[in-house]
Design a binder for this molecule. Structure first.
Ligand code: FMN
Length: 180
């Protein structure tokens, strides 16, 4: 069955390590006959959640703020597979990803029946150094109904923008993409 993939790339570095891993994942998925796209969050206008409660009083159907989140949330609802990618900043996700997740509040009860994949990149060589970041993603997905954690790319040991090219991470991501 052909699936619809949505990749959310949260690094501020376009073409950086996690963003390249996203591209390979998407390439693998497309080569396997699926459809999908990557959204580079920095290209979008995503304000902070203000905690105003508008979504709560409107059954999580809308947000009081008018920016690019509505369009992204619509795509999340349509997707079968959601991939979330972040660089590790001070041993957790970066601000772009956290801001994005907080803004999912406006429709999160409707984000159901999805497979989730997580991608994180860090300079630290230890895979264990990425666990807090991955656990941060789980803080989001644990709030969603009927979702599955389907795979994780632990991108440890990559510091400079192109370091990922000296690893097997791109191949790993491609293969993971083919197997969604
Ligand atoms: C503000 C900042 C904080 C960082 N904090 C960490 C960290 O806590 N641990 C770590 O291993 N690497 C840290 N790094 C390095 C990045 O995680 C690393 O360069 C990663 O490959 C960036 O991914 P990207 O190319 O997808 O943006 C930090 C980098 C920046 C710019």
């Amino acid at each position: 069955m052909s699936k619809k993939i949505l990749i959310l790339s949260a690094s501020p570095r376009k073409g950086g390590n996690s963003d390249k891993i996203c591209d390979e994942f998407l390439k693998g998925a497309l080569d396997a006959g699926h459809s999908g796209e990557k959204i580079f969050l920095r290209d979008k206008k995503i304000n902070y959640c203000t905690g105003c409660g508008f979504c709560n009083t409107n059954n999580y159907t809308a947000c009081s703020q008018k920016d690019d989140m509505a369009e992204i949330l619509e795509k999340m609802l349509e997707a079968d597979v959601i991939v979330m990618a972040t660089p590790v900043y001070f041993y957790t996700m970066d601000a772009q990803m956290k801001t994005f997740i907080d803004r999912c509040c406006s429709r999160y009860t409707h984000v159901t029946n999805k497979d989730f994949y997580f991608i994180a990149t860090a300079a630290d060589e230890r895979k264990s150094a990425l666990e807090r970041t991955i656990d941060g993603f789980r803080g989001f997905t644990v709030c969603l109904d009927n979702v599955r954690e389907a795979g994780i790319i632990y991108g440890s040991g990559v510091w400079q923008k192109d370091d990922v090219q000296n690893t097997t991470l791109l191949q790993d991501a491609y293969i993971m993409g083919t197997n969604v």
